[in-house]
Unconditional design. Structure first.
Ligand SMILES: [Zn+2]
Ligand SMILES: [Zn+2]
Length: 332
């Protein structure tokens, strides 16, 4: 009998699904690509044909231009070659999906990036029992335990209100994290206008077009220094220490990322207010998900693979590291 999942082949540039002649999140242009979500380390332009959720395709169009696309809504199944393929919510960013592959009586689930905790900007992760679970492991070390998001948002608001002459400049990735921080602020009752850097504008607009309301947003370019005092400004992390920020009123520099759990990392980037807000599963979410799905095998990619592999082995679950390349943490 063939080895479990012998029809799925990991290559450095992505996961190849042989009976569909298609690649998952390939880092090189391919004929057929199945894309889990819109972050640039997963969704590259240049494929001949792309299967993804309608939201992911809309995000790809904003970021990489028009795609030859095959939209697949959550819950829909399409046949590609000899494989039944469906997209199931991953709870990571708007449109993010796990890809479920059924072939030859075996089910393989590719998690893409995922998280289990609630996110007001996207559909929650749906557990799908499977034979092989191919999981990410961005925060695959026991040191990574993300705190409650509401508590982090409260720290941000407390800091904002304690010094109304200053603004709080929050570094957040343009796709997903920026919109999540904004909606979490709204949930905590923050109704003031939020200012944004131009680099997050198009994706904020797209989220709104796709039904995620962000409240009153204003462009920093059309505001005076005085107007921005006592307000929150959202910008991509790359803008935190550049010239652009000089026009802000004495900003308190914050950053929303799972990596902020590592103090040294916050200090190195001159972050005064580190906020541990992540769009990835932390250690407990990774291990609880594997326990819940109880797959016959776990294949691990995208991060700290060894510790999670070790955990699987001590729990009598067969595990393997995939060592794909080209995945960077755009989206932590
Ligand atoms: Zn990723
Ligand atoms: Zn991602």
């Amino acid at each position: 009998m063939a080895r479990l999942g012998s029809w799925i082949e990991p290559f450095p540039e992505g996961i190849y699904v042989r009976p569909a002649d298609a690649w998952i999140d390939p880092s090189q242009p391919k004929e057929r690509a199945l894309v889990t979500h819109g972050h640039s380390d997963h969704a590259r332009g240049g494929h001949s044909q792309v299967w993804a959720t309608p939201e992911t395709l809309a995000i790809m169009e904003v970021r990489c231009g028009p795609q030859a696309c095959e939209p697949v809504a959550y819950g829909e199944t399409v046949r590609i070659g000899e494989v039944d393929v469906s997209f199931v919510p991953a709870g990571h960013v708007l449109g993010s999906a796990q890809i479920v592959l059924d072939h030859a009586g075996e089910r393989v689930v590719v998690s893409g990036d995922y998280k289990r905790r609630e996110n007001p900007t996207c559909a929650p992760f749906e557990p799908v029992p499977c034979d092989i679970f191919i999981t990410e492991a961005t925060f695959g070390l026991p040191v990574f335990r993300h705190p409650d998001t509401g508590g982090e948002i409260d720290r941000l608001l407390h800091r904002l209100h304690s010094d109304p002459q200053r603004c709080v400049l929050v570094g957040a990735y343009a796709l997903g994290k920026a919109q999540r921080v904004i909606t979490e602020l709204r949930r905590r009752g923050h109704e003031q206008p939020i200012y944004y850097h131009g680099a997050v504008e198009r994706l904020c607009r797209l989220y709104e077009d796709l039904g995620v309301s962000l409240g009153e947003m204003r462009h920093t370019a059309s505001a005076t220094r005085q107007e921005m005092a006592g307000h929150i400004v959202i910008a991509p992390p790359s803008a935190l220490n550049d010239r652009w920020s000089r026009r802000l009123p004495d900003p308190v520099t914050a950053m929303a990322s799972g990596w902020m759990r590592i103090r040294q990392r916050a200090r190195q980037s001159n972050i005064e207010l580190p906020l541990v807000i992540s769009d990835h599963a932390d250690w407990d979410e990774l291990t609880c998900t594997i326990r819940e799905l109880a797959p016959r095998e776990v294949w691990i990619t995208h991060g700290r693979e060894e510790a999670l592999k070790h955990w699987c082995m001590t729990h009598q679950i067969k595990a393997r590291e995939l060592n794909l390349v080209g995945y960077e943490d755009e989206d932590d």
